[in-house]
Design a protein around this ligand. Sequence first.
Ligand SMILES: [Zn+2]
Length: 273
Amino acid sequence: MLAAMTQQIPGAVNGSAFAVGGWEIDILVTGFPGKSVRHGSLGWSTIVLIRRGDRLALVDCGAFGHRKLLMAELAARGLGPSDITDLLLTHTHYDHAVNWLLFPKARVVVGAVELDWAAGEPWGATVVPELYVRELGLFPKTERVADGDEVFPGITAHLAPGHTPGCLVFRLAGAERDVVFTGDAAKNRAELVSGEVDMTFDAALSRASIEMIHGLWRARPGTVLIPGHDLPMVLGGDGAPLYLGRREAAIDAWFGDGMDEVTRFQLTLETTG
Ligand SMILES: [Zn+2]
């Protein structure tokens, strides 16, 4: 079963950090490819740290529930929020963008199409965090970018509409391989393989965006794809995506009479860790 196969990230220094040319890629939080059954969206999205010289970028910044975890992951690397120089947002949904204001020194990159769309959404209509997006539009370090723009040294933005009208995919052009950050234009392996997506305003546009992503992915052998809600992947010899690294996801629940009585539910398949 191909979906169950995993392998090491090429050049990995630990489970989720690897080097590409002059960049260090460090997946701080690996997104989860699922949704709750009775409690709305989970919002368990991917957050990646990119280092290049003295520039430190984040690709997306998670939901409210990520805040403590994100700060702890940065602190574990000797970093604080003011060390982040650039924040690259794939789109404006709350689970990717709401924490932009945690990084006071960062320039915040967001698609011009995306920000215009999000700012015009009627309040309460979508999972856009309305007031945070309004403030993002006023923030002096917000940088609206367009398709093809270089948004960080060696990283270009690619418009990938469907999930939202202005979703961006970021492509890092490394010396030996590329890294493609898809955000929610392709949230997980199932969407990448099938071309069918959950949560889109236009299924045909989403399919075209996934085809564009496959083009970026196939362009150079060994290119690592990091989706918005799944493990990173590479293309295997037969063209099928192979997971890299190991999935970690679980929920602790209190069903007993005391706080020390905890039931842990693992949200992983045995074969994928
Ligand atoms: Zn989204």
